[in-house]
Design a protein around this ligand. Structure first.
Ligand code: SAM
Length: 315
């Protein structure tokens, strides 16, 4: 058993009061970035802005914070104005995998720290209306971008057009779904009658495809299918890997890359990529085992249960 970090709590009070998304591993991830006044920091995943606000306060007026998010909605919130009172703030509506180009465009060639808090925010899950949750009836988009109509691929595209084999691969590879083949078969059969357009339709198809006992497990029977489709739609593993490599390349000596993952597939990728970067001789892993939430944080925010933080420092 790993011991839980006693200092991982310090959930920002603003997050508790104003937003449904509570930043996970808040204090430890800020500490991991070794923040000091005047530093240049990238938050690759702005979300509800909780981590960004904490970073902004610590780097202050002489510092610069560049924040990425594919969801333009996140930069329309009042927290953005608040952040601007603390530091120089540059919002970028883009995938963080494009950070090298985006920073070059702004004549920034080195940064002191990068935070990637992977996945989706509670706000996206709960109120985006883009079909991330199997508990709400919504259109099957699942895009991080708030303009699904501009995306080449949505969850609707996948379930209505891709082959049983490819859907099976997605459900296995990104969801570790043991009934991938059966669920993919049921999807392909159902779409012959009518296009699959909503989360409720998809949940009903999965329910019919899996054995009875699977409906009563600890994890909801649709969890893995939904996770897998979301990861495929957003090319989350591709973005994360490219983002981590790009971020590491941009770090000044002594700079830190901190990455928070939420499930085993993500964490394996983070662990492997940071290990390779360290083995290249240009970085040091700062913690052998991932940092996880304290009991106190877990009590306040059960979502932090699966969060893992890994950190690398550039030599
Ligand atoms: C877990 S939330 C981040 C929460 C944030 N750290 C906070 O304290 O509120 C992840 C956010 O990153 C965004 N995101 C995920 N992958 C992305 C990517 N590859 N590029 C840009 N934004 C991404 C999502 O749209 C979401 O808003």
């Amino acid at each position: 058993m790993r011991s839980r970090n006693p200092s991982a709590l310090a959930v920002p009070s603003s997050a508790r009061i104003m937003a449904t998304h509570i930043s996970v591993l808040y204090r430890v991830s800020l500490d991991a970035l070794d923040l000091k006044e005047g530093k240049v920091i990238v938050d690759g995943t702005f979300g509800a802005g909780g981590h960004s606000k904490g970073i902004a306060k610590e780097i202050g007026k002489k510092g610069t914070l560049i924040a990425f998010d594919q969801d333009s909605d996140v930069f329309k919130k009042p927290i953005v104005n608040e952040i601007r009172t603390f530091t120089n703030f540059i919002p970028v509506i883009a995938n963080f995998r494009t950070m090298a180009q985006a920073l070059a465009d702004k004549k920034i060639d080195h940064v002191d720290g990068v935070l990637l808090d992977l996945g989706l925010s509670s706000t996206q899950l709960e109120i985006s209306g883009r079909g991330f949750s199997f508990q709400r009836d919504e259109p099957l988009a699942m895009t991080f971008s708030d303009h699904p109509e501009e995306q080449l691929v949505t969850a609707e595209t996948i379930v209505n057009n891709w082959s049983r084999e490819t859907i099976t691969e997605i459900l296995k590879g990104f969801g570790e779904e043991q009934f991938a083949w059966r669920i993919a078969g049921a999807i392909v059969e159902a779409r012959e009658n009518a296009p699959i357009k909503t989360t409720n339709q998809l949940v009903a198809i999965i329910k019919e495809a899996v054995p009875g006992w699977y409906l009563h497990g600890r994890t909801h029977f649709a969890t893995k299918t939904f996770q897998a489709l979301r990861m495929a739609v957003n090319d989350e593993t591709g973005s994360a890997e490219e983002g981590m490599r790009s971020a590491f390349a941009l770090l000044a000596p002594g700079g830190r890359l901190a990455v928070i993952s939420f499930h085993s597939i993500e964490d394996r990728l983070v662990k492997q990529t940071l290990k390779e970067l360290a083995e290249s001789g240009h970085g040091t892993l700062l913690n052998k085992k991932p940092i996880i939430a304290s009991d106190e944080e877990l009590e306040l925010n059960p979502r932090s249960r699966s969060a893992k933080l890994r950190v690398i420092e550039k030599i």
